[in-house]
Write a protein that binds this ligand. Structure first.
Ligand SMILES: C[S@@+](CC[C@H](N)C(=O)[O-])C[C@H]1O[C@@H](n2cnc3c(N)ncnc32)[C@H](O)[C@@H]1O
Length: 371
C-alpha cells in the first residue's frame, strides 16, 4: 500500500462515490485517510492504495490528478527528483506569495544539479490541460497539501487527459449536445456500475456516448434505442471510435423500445448504464407544480423501463441510471422519491445530484441493484 493524494473534479461528492466504486471494481484497496473540501477541481483526499491505482487511473472520470506523497514538511523538497521545468500546485491555501516562495525553494534545490525553471498556472494549482501543454510528465507538478498547520509534499504522477475526453465529445461524427451526456460522466457511470468484465447495455443509447465508453474500457457493449436514426448515429460514432482509438471490438446495436428488452435481447446483462429520455427541453425553469407533473409522466416510462430491466438483468446486477431533477422557478430543486423501485425488486444503493444552477433539468445519478 502506498500513500497518494487524489484531486477531485467539479463534483466532489460524485467523485468520491466514483473513487470508492473504482477501488472495488479494480480491487485497489483504497482507504481514505482524510478528505478536504475546496473549490471545484481543488477538493482532495489523502488515501492509501495498492500501486495498481497508477495503472488504472486512466479509467477514472471524476478525479483529475493522482499525486504520489513523498513526505511531510518542507524538508521533503530535498528528496524531489530533478526537473528542468516544473510548476507548483497548492491545495488548502490560496496565497500567491507563498506559491512563489515554494517555487523558489524547489528551484534552488533543483539548480544544485542543473538549470531549472518554474511556470505559473492560472490558479495556485495547475490543471491537467496546463500540464499537458507544458510537457507533462517531463515537466513536473510539485504538490503541497496544507492541512491544519502541516504540509504534505508530493508529485503528480497521473492526470486524466481532458483532450482525450474533448476529442470523444466533439470530434466524433455525430454530435448532438442537447441529448448527449458528457464523456466524463459516462466514464464515472461505468465505474459506479463496478463491472469489470461482462455484458453491459445502454437501452437509451442516443448517439452512443456510453456505448463508446464501454468499448474503450474493454467491456462487451450493447446499445438500443427506440429510434432508428439514433441507432445509425451510434453506429457511425462507434466506427469512428474504433478507427481513432484502435478499439478491437464493436458493439451490438438494436432498434428497441426499452419496454420490450426481453424481445430484443437474448443476453442476460451484468449491468445497465443509461441516461434515459428526460422529457421535452424546457424554455424556462418550471414551477413546483409543473415539475411534479412532468416527473410523474416520465416516471410512467421509467417504471416500465425498470420492469423490463428486471427481465434481462442477472441477479445482483447494477443499474446506473440518471433521473431528472428540476431547478424550480421559485428556487430550490425538485427531486422525486421512487418507492416503486423497491416493489419491482430493486434497491437504491446511492444517489448524487450533479448540481448545475444554469440548467432547468439537472441530473441525479443513481446506483441501483437488482435483488
Ligand atoms: C437523453 S437521450 C440519451 C443520450 C445518450 N446518453 C447520449 O449521450 O447520446 C434519450 C434517448 O432515448 C430514446 N428513447 C425515448 N423513448 C424511448 C423508449 N421508449 N425506448 C427506447 N429509447 C427511447 C430517444 O430516442 C433518445 O435517443
Amino acid at each position: 500500500m502506498k500513500k497518494y493524494g487524489i484531486i477531485f473534479g467539479k463534483n466532489h461528492e460524485l467523485s468520491l462515490l466514483e473513487l470508492k466504486a473504482f477501488s472495488r471494481r479494480f480491487r485497489l484497496g483504497v482507504r481514505i485517510l482524510e478528505e478536504h473540501s475546496g473549490p471545484p477541481n481543488a477538493s482532495y483526499a489523502i488515501i492509501k492504495a495498492k500501486e495498481d491505482i497508477e495503472r488504472y487511473f486512466r479509467f477514472i472520470g471524476g478525479s483529475i490528478k493522482l499525486v504520489r506523497i513523498i513526505g511531510e514538511g518542507f524538508e521533503t523538497i530535498r528528496s524531489l527528483e530533478y526537473a528542468r521545468l516544473f510548476t507548483i500546485s497548492m491545495y488548502g491555501r490560496d496565497d500567491w506569495r507563498l506559491w512563489r516562495r515554494l517555487g523558489s525553494m524547489v528551484k534552488k534545490v533543483f539548480k544544485e544539479k542543473d538549470p531549472a525553471k518554474f511556470f505559473k498556472p492560472a490558479k495556485v494549482y495547475a490543471m491537467p490541460s496546463e500540464l499537458i501543454l507544458k510537457g507533462f510528465p517531463e515537466t513536473k507538478d510539485i504538490v503541497f497539501f496544507f492541512r491544519n498547520g502541516e504540509v504534505l509534499v508530493g508529485e503528480t504522477i497521473r492526470i486524466t487527459n481532458p483532450f482525450e475526453l474533448k476529442k470523444l465529445d466533439v470530434e466524433r461524427p455525430i454530435v448532438r449536445p442537447t441529448i448527449s451526456i458528457p464523456p466524463r460522466l459516462a466514464r464515472i457511470m461505468v465505474n459506479l456500475s463496478e463491472v469489470r468484465r461482462g455484458n453491459v447495455l445502454d437501452p437509451f443509447c442516443g448517439t452512443g456516448t456510453i456505448v463508446m465508453e464501454l468499448l474503450l474500457q474493454g467491456l462487451v457493449a450493447y446499445g438500443s434505442d427506440i429510434s432508428e436514426e439514433r441507432i445509425k448515429d451510434t453506429r457511425k460514432n462507434v466506427e469512428w471510435l474504433r478507427r481513432e482509438f484502435k478499439v478491437k471490438h464493436s458493439a451490438s446495436l438494436r432498434v428497441c423500445d426499452v419496454r420490450k428488452l426481453k424481445k430484443c435481447f437474448r443476453t442476460r446483462f451484468d449491468a445497465i448504464i443509461t441516461e434515459p429520455y428526460m422529457g421535452k427541453a424546457l424554455k424556462v425553469k418550471p414551477t413546483r407544480r409543473e415539475a411534479v407533473k412532468i416527473a410523474r409522466e416520465l416516471d410512467r416510462l421509467y417504471y416500465q423501463a425498470f420492469e423490463s430491466f428486471g427481465d434481462v438483468l442477472k441477479r445482483n446486477a447494477k443499474v446506473v441510471f440518471v433521473f431528472p431533477a428540476f431547478n424550480l422557478a421559485e428556487g430550490g430543486i425538485y427531486r422525486r422519491n421512487r418507492p416503486w423501485l423497491d416493489e419491482l425488486g430493486f434497491e437504491v444503493i446511492a444517489s448524487v445530484l450533479d448540481r448545475d444552477d444554469k440548467h432547468k433539468i439537472v441530473r441525479e445519478v443513481y446506483i441501483i441493484a437488482k435483488r
